[in-house]
Write a protein that binds this ligand. Structure first.
Ligand SMILES: [Zn+2]
Length: 471
């Protein structure tokens, strides 16, 4: 079966075919964090979903260029910078660093490019100039530049590709200046906002005077710059569908005047919302969790990642602390089985057993059906445990089973459990190897290295000395 993914544009599960004629390269853009505060677990559901998709495309042999922007100027940020009497860079730099720390803790692969909105002001201005030249944007009496929905529709373009909109209540020329607004107020939105006193020192020069970009145009400019005028995949949380993504399409397709049959983005995918303890997350209900809140409760990023990966990205998911405790038990079951295989396999190396990767691929090709994929994994754990208990596995079979799990885990990205519990015999061998290296007895140190390998461990020499980890 070929890979099928749901496309929000067509509201259908479709075969995924890259734009690259060779069928190899895939451009993928995900709306990144607005660095105005610590990201919460709902935000991270989207990023873990994005990571899962990227890893699965790579598993399927595709070469993914993953771009995730950092929104470092927008309404909420400006408000905080003003309140705290700080500079934009100091304020956003702190939250960006914290975001990336959380991102790493969840074992998400870093995107290849992390563009910042504030570093793309010339591209943003150029895009707005194109819209003005095509008559789709205009400067209003307040000095700001707006996108004209009427003019855009007049060009034969469709506003309302991702969501159905009702234009009956719309009055020509109604404008909205804020970055976030409701569907009821379909209206011309700001591309460039004229500087106001509350902006403080946050402003740039432009052909329309001092000001700053609107949020939506930032993503259009950054995605076009790094992925081209037409690219494969655009992801985000479902809350971004309107107005953010709808406006991105309008600005990009309005400015670019693409040839017939081409779209700004071929395939849009949206991750569903997260409930926490059965309710919408809110600070007043006490169910609002940042990643650090959960780490402080003693859960690991790996456990949180696992729990987020158990739900299908389009299904609403109820994230609970009980669920996290269950995730710990399920992970321990996998870890124990894999640990036994590792011990038995020792230094043996074999190609992966075909059955588990086959079942896994069948499940994931079906719009990332993780429930079926985990079903295949746990059936495999049960079967493997039975064989282990019956003494039916020898080194080579264990090695083949281990390789099969490793293939699947390239996508799930769970890796090995944190191993502060290095067995004493392994530590003793590490010391012996160090002593041999000090004495320049490299033959001996190689023998010890092989002994460690046979036990399933590998030593890495770092600037801080040797570090041992599971193979
Ligand atoms: Zn965006």
């Amino acid at each position: 079966m070929a890979l099928q993914l749901f496309n929000t544009l067509t509201r259908k599960v479709e075969r995924f075919i890259p734009l690259d004629p060779a069928g190899r390269h895939v451009g993928m853009y995900c709306c990144g964090p607005t660095v105005h505060d610590f990201a919460h677990i709902g935000n991270f559901r989207t990023f873990v979903f994005t990571d899962l998709l990227r890893r699965y495309l790579e598993f399927r042999g595709l070469d993914v260029l993953h771009v995730m922007n950092i929104t470092d100027v927008e309404d909420k940020i400006i408000k905080r910078v003003h309140q705290q009497q700080t500079t934009l860079k100091d304020y956003t730099g702190k939250y960006e660093a914290e975001f990336l720390k959380d991102f790493d803790a969840l074992q998400c692969k870093r995107p290849h490019i992390l563009p910042h909105a504030t570093e793309h002001i010339p591209e943003i201005i150029a895009l707005i100039e194109k819209l003005l030249a095509r008559g789709i944007a205009y400067q209003a009496a307040d000095g700001s530049v707006y996108f004209s929905i009427e003019k855009y529709r007049g060009c034969g373009c469709k506003y309302g590709q991702l969501v159905n909109l009702n234009f009956d209540g719309m009055r020509v020329g109604d404008r909205v200046a804020s970055d976030e607004y409701e569907k009821e107020s379909v209206a011309d939105f700001a591309l460039w906002k004229q500087r106001v006193p509350e902006d403080g020192t946050v402003f740039w020069r432009s052909p329309w005077g001092e000001g700053r970009p609107g949020w939506h145009i930032e993503c259009s400019a950054m995605s076009i710059k790094h992925l081209g005028e037409s690219f494969d995949l655009h992801l985000g949380g479902e809350d971004l569908m309107f107005p953010h993504h709808e406006d991105e399409i309008a600005q990009s397709e309005g400015a670019l005047n693409l040839p017939a049959g081409r779209r700004f983005v071929e395939h849009w995918m949206h991750g569903s919302h997260l409930l926490v303890e059965g309710k919408k997350m809110s600070k007043s209900l006490g169910n609002f969790f940042t990643l650090r809140d959960l780490l402080a409760k003693g859960f690991s990023g790996r456990e949180i990642r696992y729990l987020l990966l158990t739900a299908h990205y389009r299904a609403q998911f109820n994230f609970t602390l009980d669920g996290l405790a269950a995730a710990r038990v399920a992970l321990a079951r996998i870890d124990e089985c894999v640990g036994k295989l590792r011990e038995l396999a020792g230094a043996a190396s074999m190609p992966p057993g075909p059955e588990l990767p086959l079942q896994f691929t069948k499940a994931m090709d079906d719009d990332l059906n993780v429930s079926a994929a985990w079903g295949a994994v746990f059936d495999w754990v049960t079967e493997t445990n039975k064989k282990l208990a019956a003494g039916q596995l020898k080194g080579p079979q264990a090695a083949a089973a281990l390789e099969a799990w490793k293939r699947v885990d390239e996508v799930f990205g769970l890796g090995s459990p944190p191993s502060d519990d290095v067995p004493p015999e392994v530590l003793a061998l590490v010391e012996e190897r160090q002593a041999a290296r000090k004495a320049k007895d490299f033959k001996r140190s190689d023998v010890v290295r092989d002994q460690l390998k046979a036990l399933g461990w590998v030593v890495e020499d770092t600037a801080k000395g040797p570090r041992v980890k599971r193979i």
